[in-house]
Design a protein around this ligand. Structure first.
Ligand code: PA5
Length: 433
């Protein structure tokens, strides 16, 4: 019962992995000895063991308070400041969490804003908040990112109108320990703050308060999540590509990249993994896509997308490989009953479960796509729970760091993201631009 990787359908032979083993050793060493590019940002590497216990306990207490005094919890952040928590909440909670009755949900509805600049989105979210008790968590390491900053201004005004001076008891800020506009504002206004560690970049920050506060507010067990992360930290530190699946994954995609296959589709058969795929895209896209290099990370949700992208994957240009996340045991399953009339002619499935059909769709798709020449890497997860999810996040973080070093880039910076920001600042006439 563990996460394991199957590359038997990747068209990669064992000797290809062996021939690049030295490169993995090198990447592992520079990562662990903190000698590689971006080594100032390696706080995530042993964070599951070295995290700030006091802050962790404060996250749990605050989450408890928010769960008891709020009907709606608003998370304001963009990129690494929201994707991890959203991925975890959507993967582990009920598919229709926000629509559940409050006695079933036992915590607030959760909405994300500040990850776009859509006036319609902001206004329609405000409409939902009428007559409800609200708490807000603003998450921004720099404190200056425009999207969350603007949303915070709008929501702060709303909170002030609704609660007056007491609004400050419902506004929580996650930002730099001592500097930045948000920190200064929190001191001036008396908002409770949580820390984004200096040495952890946004996309590697799920296990810090950035991810943990919203995750805990959603009622997810963050002790177990950290336990899974710690398991991952230990297991994926071994220098053995046969048993270290995280390194194996980095190597496999690097081998495919060297063959000119530079589009990766992260596929899943569970719709609840949609935001996990979004988190993964950011992790790999922002970490590797630089210096004119990079694998384009994309995602597909099957079987839905088999009816849209399936044709292209099967028959289009052969520059794609797939990595499929296979959840072995679903959270819930339902049996297909016998129908005495059988007008839909589905009685051949009676006694089988819906997940049985899903698994056959998965097997049939891997068979078809590999026959069509698309290499497939399969990552098997026993089930979606806190422990495996924590471990899976760590699996990809570690793999991404190693993968970046194999590619010869700094996996911890994002100089390209700054370009649009500067242009936008100039165009909205921000002083100094
Ligand atoms: O991963 C990253 O570093 C980025 O995606 C950031 O998380 C994103 O740009 C938001 O930045 P900030 O938290 O400073 O508002």
């Amino acid at each position: 019962n563990n996460i394991y990787l199957d590359y038997s359908k990747s068209f990669i032979k064992d000797h290809e992995l062996k021939s690049l083993e030295e490169y993995i050793n090198l990447s592992h060493n520079i990562l662990h000895e903190k000698k590689g590019a971006g080594s100032k940002y390696l706080g995530w590497l042993d964070y599951p063991q070295n995290y700030d216990i006091d802050e962790f306990e404060r996250v749990k207490e605050t989450a408890k308070k928010i769960r008891s005094d709020s009907d709606v919890f608003i998370v304001i952040g963009i990129g690494g400041s929201y994707l991890g928590s959203r991925a975890c909440i959507e993967a582990l909670n009920h598919s229709f969490y926000n629509q559940l009755s409050s006695d079933k949900r036992k915590g607030p509805e959760i909405y994300f804003v500040g990850n776009n600049v859509s006036s319609t989105y902001i206004l329609e979210l405000l409409e939902l908040m009428d007559g409800k008790n609200i708490s807000i968590n603003v998450i921004s390491k720099s404190g200056t990112t425009t999207e969350p900053a603007i949303s915070f201004r709008i929501f702060r005004e709303y909170m002030m109108e609704k609660y007056g001076e007491k609004a400050k008891e419902r506004i929580y800020i996650t930002t730099d320990k001592e500097k930045g506009i948000l920190k200064e504002m929190s001191i001036a206004k008396g908002y409770e703050t949580f820390t984004v560690p200096d040495d952890i970049g946004g996309r590697y920050s799920v296990f810090t308060s950035v991810g943990l506060l919203p995750i805990a507010v959603a009622g997810i067990d963050i002790d177990k999540l950290m336990e899974g992360a710690k398991e991952g930290m230990e297991e994926y530190a071994t220098l053995d590509i046969d048993s270290n699946y995280s390194y194996q994954y980095a190597l496999l995609r690097n081998i495919l990249y060297r063959k000119g296959i530079d589009i990766e589709i992260l596929a899943s058969y569970e719709p609840s993994l949609f935001y996990f795929q979004e988190w993964w895209k950011q992790l790999f896209g922002e970490s590797e896509g630089k210096d004119l290099k990079g694998i384009y990370p994309s995602s597909a949700n099957f079987t839905t997308d088999l009816h849209s992208l399936g044709q292209l994957i099967q028959d289009g240009r052969r520059n794609i490989f797939e990595t499929t996340i296979n959840i072995e045991k679903p959270k819930k399953d339902i049996k297909i009953n016998k129908d005495s009339e059988d007008l839909d002619e589905l009685n051949f499935l009676s006694g089988k479960t819906i997940d049985f059909v899903n698994k056959k769709a998965f097997e049939g798709t891997v068979l078809a796509h590999t026959q069509g020449g698309v290499p497939n890497i399969i990552i098997n997860i026993p089930e979606l729970n806190e422990i495996y999810f924590g471990k899976l996040i760590y699996f990809f973080q570690k793999s991404c760091a190693i993968s970046g070093y194999l590619m010869g880039v700094n996996p911890f910076d994002q100089p390209g993201v700054e370009e649009y920001k500067k242009n936008m600042f100039r165009l909205i006439e921000k002083p100094g631009y």
